[in-house]
Design a protein around this ligand. Structure first.
Ligand code: PLP
Length: 411
């Protein structure tokens, strides 16, 4: 009698209990459900350039075509010689100290390497400083690895720069590393040299490893310069993460890298751990590695998008003004990447749950935004807008958002 035997339930592992990754969370699921019913959703939620008409440079596609027949086998676990050589030269030009071929690891996007690094670094109870708001993969991977993410505040009043006093306050004897995301997702902030220097000083004082996510380093506007924090810290152990997903509009190819720099003696054992995990995954996607040299040193198409008058820059200017023109919304001007993280007046709109706000907007106006909660932001008063769509689409979205807020939950 099979009916009397309770069906076995397969539960997810308890390792995942506290892992949060909501950029693709409940609001996105609801949007997918609505789409499956035939509704058209205006998506301002994901940093994936390809669907918005941003094309990969032709030479990169041509190179991939040309190389593909030679990419059948595994590569060295850290990556192809040609890719690592190109990344090494790029790193040296950015001033990263003490970088050689051995310092470079390619990955299936920066994502794989963030996970690999957290697994190699953190034991249960080890603390790692991560920004709030953050790109939530950092928090998720630190938690999954058994570590304790400790969030330091980025200050909206100060262009969203990291709050150095808050960083200092949160350091304990268990703090191993500090993560910075520069240029930043979700705020679009670009950190000037002085701020980076202050972070280096704190890291030096407390002997912290510096992990810097710089995947947007070539998407910088307003003629500003991107400075790699590792270039300011030859006496500290740093890891710099970057890749081609955003700079070459090839998020789907899956290619990123990390570069170890500075003082490596103190990290010898950790590096053995990195090597072991790198070997265990055999290697990263070889066809994508094969185009790194051409992409990094070829025609930089992204440059044309971010100069004044370029598409990304114009869309940034448009969305920044349009958001600030909506009563109850204020936003700091982003300087890099393609995100803006506006503040909403929660008192005016009686908002206590940002996810509910995003769902209400989705249901009424069919606009998809990610609530601040998805970026480990502690109050329900922010959301992220991706300004990759063209101005006509952004204009429709901003009009609808203004219309929605003109009556939302007001007495
Ligand atoms: N780091 C940041 C700050 C990101 O915004 C993203 C993607 O949005 C990633 C890493 C992951 O990039 P990849 O495509 O290289 O895995």
């Amino acid at each position: 009698d099979q009916g009397s035997v309770p069906m076995r339930q397969f539960k997810k592992s308890s390792k995942l209990d506290n892992v949060l990754y909501d950029v693709r969370g409940p609001v996105v699921d609801e949007a997918a459900r609505m789409e499956s019913q035939g509704m058209r959703i205006l998506k301002l939620n994901i940093g994936n350039p390809a669907p918005f008409g941003f094309r990969t440079p032709d030479e990169v596609v041509q190179d991939m075509r040309h190389q593909l027949p030679d990419c059948e086998g595994y590569s060295d676990s850290k990556g192809l010689f040609s890719a690592r050589k190109a990344i090494m030269q790029y790193s040296q030009i950015k001033g990263l100290p003490n970088v050689d071929m051995d310092s470079i690891y390619t990955g299936n996007g920066v994502s794989e390497l963030i996970n690999l690094c957290m697994q190699a670094l953190l034991d249960t109870g080890d603390e790692i400083l991560i920004p709030s708001p953050d790109y939530p993969l950092w928090t998720a991977c630190a938690t999954l690895a058994g570590g304790t993410p400790v969030h330091y505040i980025c200050d909206e009043q100060a262009e969203w720069y990291p709050d150095i006093d808050d960083i200092e306050r949160k350091i304990t004897p268990r703090t191993k590393a500090i993560v910075i995301i520069n240029p930043n997702n979700p705020t679009g902030a670009l950190y000037p040299r002085e701020v980076l220097q202050q972070i280096v000083d704190v890291a030096r004082k407390h002997q912290l490893m510096i992990l810097s996510d710089e995947i947007y380093d070539r998407l910088v506007m307003d003629d500003l310069e991107h400075v790699s924090i590792a270039s300011l810290a030859p006496d500290l152990f740093c890891i710099t993460f970057s890749g081609l997903s955003k700079s070459h509009m090839i998020a789907g190819y899956r290619i990123g890298w990390m570069v170890l720099s500075g003082e490596k003696y103190c990290a010898q054992d950790f590096i053995l751990g990195l090597n072991m995990l790198s070997n265990m995954r055999l290697c990263s996607n070889v066809p994508a590695q094969s185009i790194v040299q051409t992409a990094l040193w070829g025609h930089q198409s992204v440059r044309n998008y971010v100069v004044p008058g370029g598409r990304v820059c114009e869309q940034r200017d448009y969305v920044y003004k349009a958001l600030n023109d909506i009563p109850g919304i204020t936003a700091v001007k982003p300087r890099a990447a393609f995100y803006i993280f506006p503040k909403i007046d929660v008192k005016k709109f009686n908002i206590t749950n940002d996810e509910q706000f995003a769902l209400d907007l989705l249901h009424e106006k069919k606009i998809l935004l990610v609530p601040g909660k998805g970026f480990n932001w502690g109050s329900p008063d922010h959301f992220r807008v991706v300004y990759l769509p063209r101005i006509e689409v952004l204009s429709e979205a901003m009009g609808q958002l203004g219309d929605f807020l003109s009556h939302y939950r007001q007495a």
